[in-house]
Design a protein around this ligand. Sequence first.
Ligand code: SF4
Length: 372
Amino acid sequence: MSTPSGRLPLAGRAPSLFGALPGDLAGLGNDPGHLFGLAQRPSTWRGGAPALGAALSPRLGARFEIAPPEILTRTEAADGATKFALRLGDGAVVEAVHMPRAVATPRVTLCLSSQVGCAMACTFCATGTMGLARNLEAGEIVGQALVMLDALGPRAHGLTSIVLMGMGEPLHNPREVARALEVLAHPRGLGVPALRMTLSTSGLAPQLSLMASWPVRPRLAVSLNATTDAARQRMMPVAGRHELAALFDAVRALPARPGERVTLEYVLLRGENDAAEDAARLAALARGVPHVVNVIPFNPWPGAPHAAPTEAAARGFVGALRALGCFATLRRTRGLDVRGACGQLARGAVDGDRCPQVAARDGAPPNPTIRA
Ligand code: SF4
């Protein structure tokens, strides 16, 4: 089965309602825009799902998968961030984070996953140890946002930003990610402006050009983390295929919008990429693009092959970048911080534990602490 837009669902499953645009909802006997709004406005949901009514449910259910992702676990940090483990229709589990910000106008940032696991195997990233299980369908990406907003209720809402920094490399799944952004931006749904959405990539240089033609183009964040090709290849295997020069050429080739800056994410690892020479090379790279360098002190996870810098060292590194003319910020640590670059979420519902899909792949029982 395919949707009217021609997108194919995962094998054996109907496409998710939450990845449908109004045009996909024609011919169901109701105004497509109204149907889209029912699905995409969690403030109108009842009982954890869209309030479709007895007549509409079977009509939509015949064409779409209408169950949203199921909440497996929900963990709240002292700072108000909430991390969710969400089970999808085939049993796969992804993670997403709701992060409120304490400013005059309520603001929330939703960190979403784009894949189950990740193929990129960055050494500083817990998700990278999982390998890739599968891409997410657009509706499974959008569904994460909707379920979090519904579960947290009115306090969860506000000026919403989206970051694709959860599990997965978004540009490894470009078609579904582009569709998800279009749905998230639609004014009959959440209506998140393109410039309040950010896609973080490990640096798939050839894929970056695709973004230029997306109907809704998010801001770009590049997970940089090292300043020479050799050092980058040691921590990010993808860097062996896409060297820094090609990566920055691809970034510069994207049409710039007024005032837009590329975020250069730099996970600071003690004794590995935190020297004065690193700061100098990073500043030289950054000066080639309108930028914000976001320095992220490494946040260790069990078995991680890296160590965290001291707070003084992290502040010193940021100070050195600023002295060299960089626009640099130090990401503050949060209880449920997404740990920087794309997808440094833990692999499963509990940090360091094994999520069901990894356990199933390895032939071992899933962690019993993951509640069904
Ligand atoms: S940092 Fe991003 S690209 Fe690298 S392994 Fe983690 S999720 Fe994948």
